[in-house]
Design a protein around this ligand. Structure first.
Ligand SMILES: *Cc1c(COP(=O)(O)O)cnc(C)c1O
Length: 353
């Protein structure tokens, strides 16, 4: 740290992303990425976009938005695209929290909420999950802060129903942000509630279910006035936040949506199968609505399992937070990758090397 860093930032704890090793070094199941190749047309779309990259990109993401509307049913003034959904979340902290309002979120949830709240100098209201890691909807009723809920939640993999989310939105005058990073794996979305509620923001990403984690594409669906607010912030930071290569690739991905939907189905099948297999190895696994499984073993610590898997060429995620210290979070890869994980776990738990 230099002597020049703003005092306000000197104590800030930045987000700690999962390790990004050299490609091929590990079976990489630590950051919930999409394990399949892109649809065949996507590479051509990226190649074609290179010819136009000397020009600034389309700030309105016109082509991308048109394809998005075909798939998601929302477009026009109800949608905003962002540089990953992390940027969308940050815009919500900037636009809707304010100095006196602050942010409310769970104790066990996506780590960035706390980091953004600190970065913005906001008051935080931490609402603990209940004993089985469920979000209790009524805990959020009548909240005096802007609410952030990951649904399904990370790293627990549990979800609230659309009706439960509606209850939270209905019982608040302030903004409720629902982070749907994993919604495609859960079979439900709260997007349709944005037609009825002017205080609901739904945030999503192409990182987890559409194979674009490295290309950075996120979106917001909300009432047009909220989108206008967020756009004001975008135009005050960087109107070219979604670059032209990403716009082209995103458009091609949406044109091939059936392929991605099939992959998501496959991932869900692999997840349920993997969950059953580790349960038979003695793990306690929380039934997951995402592309990862959150599990613990009664005899082996989370840290031990993560470090032993690493020795066996498999990267997973372990969190040091006291409440979830026993757990590991394992992303769902291809069936072959999960076979390797199960074999490695058998060795580790059997006390072999
Ligand atoms: C992965 C993730 C995100 C961020 O995804 P981007 O790559 O920035 O689009 C947001 N929220 C949750 C809960 C996530 O797990």
């Amino acid at each position: 740290m230099s002597i020049f860093l703003d005092e306000r930032l000197s104590s800030l704890k930045a987000y700690v992303p999962g390790e990004q090793p050299k490609p091929g070094e590990f079976i990489k199941l630590n950051t919930n990425e999409f394990p399949y190749p892109p649809a065949p047309d996507v590479a051509q779309a990226a190649f074609d976009a290179v010819g136009g990259m000397h020009l600034y990109c389309d700030m309105n993401c016109t082509c991308l938005k048109a394809e998005f509307e075909k798939v998601f049913g929302y477009g026009g003034n109800n949608v905003l695209f962002t540089n990953g959904s992390d940027e969308a979340l940050y815009l919500c902290f900037l636009a809707f929290c304010g100095k006196n309002r602050g942010a409310a979120f769970a104790d066990i949830t996506y780590g960035f909420y706390s980091v953004y709240a600190d970065l913005c100098g906001l008051e935080k209201k931490i609402i603990p999950l209940d004993n089985d890691f469920s979000v209790v909807p009524s805990d959020y009723y009548g909240c005096d802060k802007t609410i952030f809920i990951a649904n399904p939640n990370a790293p627990t993999g549990k979800k609230l129903s659309v009706e439960e989310v509606e209850g939270i939105v209905k019982n608040n005058n302030g903004i409720v942000v629902i982070d749907e990073a994993y919604a495609d794996f859960s079979g439900s979305t709260c997007a349709l509630l944005t037609e009825k509620y002017k205080n609901l923001v739904v945030v999503g990403t192409f990182s987890k279910s559409r194979g674009m984690a490295g290309a950075r594409l996120g979106y917001v669906i909300a009432d047009c006035l909220l989108i206008e607010d967020l756009n004001k912030v975008v135009f005050s930071i960087n109107p070219y936040n979604v670059n032209s290569l990403t716009q082209s690739v995103g458009t091609a991905v949406l044109k091939n949506n059936d392929y991605y939907a099939e992959c998501v189905d496959e991932i869900c099948k692999t997840r349920d199968d993997f969950t059953n297999r580790i349960i038979s190895l003695g793990f306690e696994a929380i039934p997951s609505y995402t592309n990862f499984v959150f599990a613990k073993h009664p005899e082996y610590s989370g840290e031990y399992i993560a470090s032993k898997l690493r020795e066996n060429g498999v990267l997973i995620r372990h969190f040091s937070n006291a409440r979830i210290n026993d757990y590991v979070r394992i992303s769902i890869g291809t069936p072959e990758q999960m076979d390797s994980v199960v074999s490695a776990l058998k060795k580790i738990i059997g006390g072999l090397k």
